[in-house]
Design a protein around this ligand. Structure first.
Ligand SMILES: Nc1ncnc2c1ncn2[C@@H]1O[C@H](COP(=O)(O)OP(=O)(O)O)[C@@H](O)[C@H]1O
Ligand SMILES: [Mg+2]
Length: 379
């Protein structure tokens, strides 16, 4: 590297945004660049010969001066920014500001010379403080939202259940073939029942997702046949598959070991995964549920031939309230977040692979007798 000429060094020092200040052994200023003038508000000519302490708040002057003197006697020749705690500077106007400084000392014929490079970090500090404040406010808002959601969901449960029960009672009053009711009344009661069931499911999801977030979602595992878990979910969703002309099938070998799982919670997981597969697969597609033994776990797979998930969307599918922008919005976007929480609560794993338009597979594992850490734990 070529040595820099004095004029080039002078130009660089003049250009620097940082304050570059030199002081002599008596800590009096011998050099004050344009950056220092901008930061401190003094002309360089005003500062020459002035004590360095002028640039510091009064309360720090004496301690700083003795620190500088002992630094001068130490073996350390320089300290970079960040190696020391933050310091404060004081401008000509009297305003204090936060700063970072680096310092070096070099012996010269006329005693030690210190050079200081100082950076005004008012703006960084302001942005940092603002970010911290925003973060605190954001966390508070999320907590308030969750508390509100828990409260509202809880209070909506009773009226939704009343609507569900009474619509069911009206339908039952019509007899098993519905002939005891005028047909429009039976139709309306059916629609009311379906709407109330949807409402109930959404309320359950909201409650579960707030429980999950607060670490209060419980799973109560027991020894269960993998086959029974899949059968229960298929039974619930078979009418939907039929209505959409989708072939819903299963492929589980008979010798699969029992899993240690909460049947109610696993029904929730499988119903959501199969529900998603049916929702995002067009007519005449296929949805298959598989189970295989994988070491000390049973590996389940819900496979569909639907639209799939784009690679850039995959990292978000397990987030609460997330939906693909490409697809029509239906559902609250809570199902996968809850499914993940439940599977993790069982000591399993869950993940998704997708080739959009070809095949999407959601896989999850559940422990068998060899791996179950027997417990009933909050997730
Ligand atoms: N089998 C699937 N095929 C395509 N996209 C899917 C599938 N499963 C989930 N997704 C995407 O993930 C999103 C979140 O799913 P989920 O959490 O179950 O919420 P919801 O079913 O309420 O939309 C869906 O809206 C969809 O965009
Ligand atoms: Mg869903």
């Amino acid at each position: 590297m070529l040595p820099l000429s004095d004029s080039l060094v002078a130009a660089i020092v003049a250009l620097a945004a940082d304050a570059i200040i030199c002081v002599d052994g008596d800590q009096r200023i011998t050099f004050f660049n344009e950056g220092a003038a901008r930061i401190f508000g003094y002309e360089p000519s005003e500062m020459l010969g002035q004590p360095l302490g002028t640039l510091l708040p009064v309360r720090f002057r004496s301690s700083h001066s003795s620190k500088l003197a002992s630094f001068g006697k130490s073996q350390v020749s320089s300290r970079r920014m960040g190696e020391r705690s933050l310091i404060s500077g004081v401008r000509k106007s009297g305003e204090e500001f936060p700063a970072e400084a680096a310092i070096a000392h070099m012996p010269s014929d006329s005693g030690p010379v210190y050079s200081v490079v100082l950076r005004d970090i008012t703006e960084q500090r302001r942005a940092h403080d603002m970010n911290e404040r925003l973060l605190v406010e954001m966390e508070k808002a999320v907590k308030q939202r969750d508390e509100m959601m828990a409260l509202v969901s809880h209070d909506l449960r009773n009226p939704a259940n009343a609507v569900k029960m009474l619509a069911g009672a009206i339908l039952r009053a019509g007899g098993s073939d519905g002939s005891g009711l005028p047909s429009d009344v039976a139709d309306h009661a059916t629609v009311i029942l379906q709407a109330a069931m949807q409402m109930d499911a959404l309320i359950q999801d909201l409650l579960d997702s707030t429980r999950l977030e607060a670490g209060r979602l419980r799973v109560s595992p027991q020894w269960t046949s993998a086959d029974d878990l899949v059968s229960a979910a298929i039974e619930t969703l078979a009418p939907l598959a039929l209505a959409k002309s989708i072939v819903l099938s299963r492929n589980l070998p008979p010798e699969l070991p029992e899993v240690y799982a909460d049947p109610h919670r696993m029904n929730q997981v499988l119903s959501n995964l199969i529900g998603n597969a049916l929702k995002f697969t067009p007519a005449r597609g296929a949805v298959t549920i598989e189970g295989t033994r994988e070491g000390k776990f049973v590996l389940f797979a819900v496979r569909d031939t639907g639209v799939g998930i784009q690679p850039e969307d995959l990292p978000f599918v397990f987030d609460r309230f997330w939906h693909s922008k490409r697809l029509n919005r239906s559902g609250a976007g809570l199902g996968l977040a809850i499914a993940r929480g439940i599977v993790l609560g069982h000591g399993g794993r869950i993940w998704i692979e997708s080739s959009p338009g070809v095949e999407t597979v959601v896989r999850f594992t559940l422990p068998t007798i060899e791996s179950a850490n027997i417990r009933s734990s909050p997730v």
